[in-house]
Design a protein around this ligand. Structure first.
Ligand code: NI
Length: 213
């Protein structure tokens, strides 16, 4: 059943097997590859960002390919974490790589988390500046528990548990929030949050106008 099973109906098949927009030149393999649509990250005020994502029932090759595509989109952005809903797919999948950020020039260390759950949070809290690929170029300090214990399925569908502190703990909480339709601006004062939402709504209207011209 593959993708049809993995993607609920009515969701744009952004990660689907390519429906080619251009005719394939059978002699040139490269043109086929470049015609495959890359995952696009959605931004405010897209209402899909408020959707509650559904659990993944089966981690098959299709799901793994989707996770790899998510990771590629995250690196390209560039970002350190991405939830599936940020590419318009309401499934409980998160990809992360905080290694590059923590140590300049360090190697990639991607993590794939399917159906992640926060089991425990620490009493001590930490304030960290957060940003989000779906709220571009806006950063604000957010206070969250400094440590978390998380249970999830890895890329192979194996049950895993991890304890995290530091930037990884922040990133895990930020991404898992996305799966419940929650954004980091929800932790800010109503005044600040409304300002951000207004700014992105205005920008979106201006973009639509520019497109119509
Ligand atoms: Ni985010």
């Amino acid at each position: 059943m593959g993708l049809a099973f993995f993607m609920p109906p009515g969701i744009p098949r952004v990660c689907g097997p390519a429906k080619l927009a251009v005719p394939v030149d059978r002699n040139a393999r490269l043109s086929y590859v470049s015609a495959v649509k890359k995952l696009e990250i959605i931004t405010l005020p897209d209402r899909k960002l408020r959707a509650v994502s559904a659990p993944v029932e089966r981690i098959d090759d299709e799901a793994r390919r989707f996770m790899d595509d998510m990771l590629a989109a995250m690196y390209e952005a560039p970002g350190i974490g991405l939830a599936a809903i940020q590419v318009g797919v309401p499934r409980r999948i998160v990809v992360l790589d905080v290694a590059k950020r923590e140590e300049e020039g360090s190697e990639a260390h991607p993590m794939f988390l399917v159906n992640p759950e926060i089991l425990e949070v620490s009493d001590d809290r930490a304030v960290r500046e957060e940003g989000c690929l779906s709220i571009p170029e806006y950063y604000a300090e957010v206070e969250r528990p400094a440590g978390v214990r998380v249970r999830y399925l890895d890329r192979e569908g194996k049950r895993q548990e991890m304890e995290a502190t530091g930037i990884l703990a922040t990133c895990l909480q930020h991404e898992i929030d996305h799966l419940d339709g929650k954004l980091f601006i929800d932790y800010l004062s109503k005044l600040k949050r409304d300002m951000v939402i207004k700014r992105f709504a205005k920008q979106s209207r201006q973009d639509a106008k520019a497109k119509a011209l």
